[in-house]
Design a binder for this molecule. Structure first.
Ligand code: ADP
Ligand code: MG
Length: 630
């Protein structure tokens, strides 16, 4: 029997303390299962290169609870350790056997999937255990040994005859304050959180399996059952398989495996696979966003060599892709490090821009492969694309290839197609191409109609961040501007060099304007007389583009520098001086009748801009009935 002191390399004590102070206690299980997996993968590697002359077989790990003994065991059939190796790997804290292994077999073991890094994982056992035993037998022909430590720097190490099979058994004597880890439900939860896709099968208890009945079984026959291992993981999840070997059903199946509570199918997937200048694999899914904006649930999960690390991927995945789902696996992302470190890490930054590029490429190929299908999905994906355009310059640069601009009559244009189509008619007298849009086809119906009547196309841009996108397009493209259809009278939105014919004299116009202002008596409205077509609406309410857009931008973040959030709504009341009604207002002598006419027309204009509400609407309806009865 040996007695000695655990040797903590002083230079490494700081990360050790930090790790234990800041991590969840529950990660001990992930660490021990990672070690057991490493031990198995090392054996696999050594047998494959002929260095270990033993049968690899079909090794599995096992997790076992003994409530009476208050122990939790993690058992593997991996390489095991000799007494000498226990001294070396276990007694020297912060000395990583995993790193040493990778260093020694650097050429052949690069892709072996070894998880360990820092030589700290094993000691996390002491966060939940008052005493830890290691009973281990190396694949080499040497006696098994038992190591016991109660968390003080003292340990014992002795040979034992208790273990005859190759592998390692870690026995945790669970501490009084950690008995939750003796609960089956708790362990099942942790296994499913961290180990669901680990590369070596993990057994946790057994389950009852019903055998199929033979074909000639009598009707009342009862199917036989058998107890089989309950394997909690899928060792070969989709992201570890080459895309060419997967069908779309395989991706769907994986999606549901990843998110068992998600019942809707994703729209499409993006398989990530890169090995230079960093290693990364993964599968991202585009969910149907329109129906589900619960982004706190079912987020993208980050793995390292198939071990779950976190689903807080901020910094690794660009913000605009946080609405996606799926998995990213990279051995290059440091496990267990703080957020701020992650964001500063060079590899992590490269990962983020790689993912951005990959998503842009995928969008381009989707639209090229099947335009019709892409158009159908547009409504569900546009938020992500638009968010990407306003937040990621690299993405915005490519976005013209796959950003669609739908019109109110259900056609979809790419940017170049749109400009080509509308440029001839939508260009104003100063050479600016004005893109008309509506944000709500029903509410802005009369304005859309007025624009359509003049032969203009109107886009339907209804996502919450659209004002930011428009702002960005106006600054990045030459000689274009956007105007919502109700921002002004259509003749003013796209000003042409056409002579205006005025039916009223200047004095008549002045008195009409005065009449209207007196009757309206509402500071919200600025009266604006226009010589329009006599068939155009007599009164129209418009909301200037600039103010409205700034207010919207402020409401959805950004644009705050203008400080316009608190400003009251301002409208223009466009009075068509060439309309028959204007003429009639002017001619009406009786001031009461005049006022009634103006108010009625104003109410109609309000109605078509959805501004007539509450008491005003009720009054209007009553007045209208009276009018009918006359
Ligand atoms: P790391 O995994 O980062 O190397 P750990 O503290 O988790 O560090 O483990 C230290 C070392 O102990 C491992 O590298 C390995 O050599 C050895 N070890 C731990 N668990 C086992 C196990 N179940 N079987 C064989 N060796 C193990
Ligand atoms: Mg480890």
């Amino acid at each position: 029997m040996t007695k000695g002191n655990i040797n903590v390399s002083v230079e490494n004590i700081f990360p050790l303390i930090k790790k234990f102070l800041y991590s969840d206690h529950e990660i001990f299980l992930r660490e021990l299962i990672s070690n057991a997996t490493d031990a198995t993968l090392k054996l696999k590697h050594l047998t494959s290169i002929g260095e270990a002359k033993v049968e690899y077989g079909n090794p599995k790990l096992e997790v076992k609870i003994d409530k009476e003994q208050k122990t939790l065991r993690i058992i593997d059939q991996g390489i095991g350790m000799t007494a000498e190796e226990v001294e070396k790997y276990i007694n020297q804290v912060a000395f990583s056997g995993a790193e040493e292994f990778l260093e020694k077999y650097k050429d052949s073991a690069k892709d072996s999937g070894i998880i360990g890094h820092f030589g700290l994982g094993f000691y996390s056992a002491f966060m939940v255990a008052e005493k830890v035993e290691i009973i281990t037998k190396s694949y080499k022909d040497e006696p098994a040994v038992r190591w016991i430590c109660d968390g003080s720097p003292e340990f014992t190490l002795e040979e034992t005859t208790d273990k005859t099979e190759r592998g390692t058994e870690i026995v945790l004597h669970i501490a009084e304050d950690s008995t939750e880890f003796l609960e089956e439900a708790k362990i099942r939860e942790l296994l499913s959180k961290y180990n669901k896709f680990m590369p070596v099968p993990i057994k946790f208890g057994t389950k009852t399996h019903t055998l199929p009945l033979p074909e000639d079984a009598p009707e009342d026959a009862v199917a036989e059952t058998e107890e089989v291992d309950n394997i909690i993981n899928n060792p070969t999840p989709a992201w570890t398989i080459a895309p060419s070997e997967l069908t779309s059903e395989d991706y769907m199946k994986f999606y549901h495996e990843l998110y068992p509570m998600q019942f809707e199918e994703p729209l499409f997937n993006i398989h990530l696979n890169v090995d230079y200048p960093f290693n990364l694999t993964g599968v991202l899914f585009f969910p149907k966003l329109s129906n589900n904006l619960n982004i706190d649930k079912d987020k993208i999960q980050l793995y390292q060599n198939q071990v779950f690390v976190t689903d807080e991927v901020k910094g690794i995945v660009p913000d605009f892709l946080m609405l996606l789902r799926g998995v990213i696996d990279s051995p290059d992302i440091p496990l267990n490090v703080s957020r701020s470190y992650l964001q500063a890490d060079g590899a992590v930054k490269k990962i983020s821009s790689y993912i951005t590029k990959k998503v842009a490429d995928k969008m381009s190929s989707l639209i090229n492969e099947n335009r019709e299908d892409y158009e159908k999905k547009w409504n569900d994906i546009k938020i992500v694309i638009e968010y990407g355009i306003i937040t990621e310059e690299k993405f915005a640069e490519k976005a013209d290839k796959f950003t669609l601009y739908p019109t109110t009559d259900g056609k979809y244009f790419l940017w170049n197609e749109l400009i080509e189509k509308i440029q001839p008619s939508h260009t104003d007298k100063d050479g600016n191409t004005v893109i008309l849009y509506a944000t709500n086809a029903d509410e802005q119906h009369s304005y859309i109609q007025a624009a359509n009547d003049k032969g203009y196309d109107v886009l339907l841009l209804d996502s919450p961040v659209i004002s930011h996108v428009i702002q960005k397009l106006e600054t990045s493209k030459e000689k274009i501007s956007f105007a919502r259809v109700d921002a002004d009278h259509i003749n003013n939105l796209i000003k042409k060099d056409e002579p205006v014919i005025s039916k009223l004299t200047e004095t008549e116009k002045e008195s009409l304007k005065k009449n209207v202002e007196e009757a309206v008596k509402d500071a919200k409205f600025t009266v604006q007389l226009e010589d329009l077509d006599s068939n155009d609406a007599p009164f129209t309410i418009t909301q200037p583009e600039f103010m409205r857009r700034m207010k919207e931008m402020q409401a959805t973040g950004g644009g705050g520098m203008f400080g316009m959030g608190g400003l009251p709504e301002m409208y223009n009341l466009v009075v068509n001086s060439n309309s028959e009604l204007s003429n009639q207002i002017l001619k009406t002598e009786n001031p009461e009748e005049k006022e009634t006419l103006i108010k009625y027309a104003l109410d109609l204009a309000k109605l078509s801009q959805n501004l007539l509400k509450g008491k005003d609407l009720t009054d209007f309806i009553q007045r209208s009935y009276k009018q009918l009865e006359k």
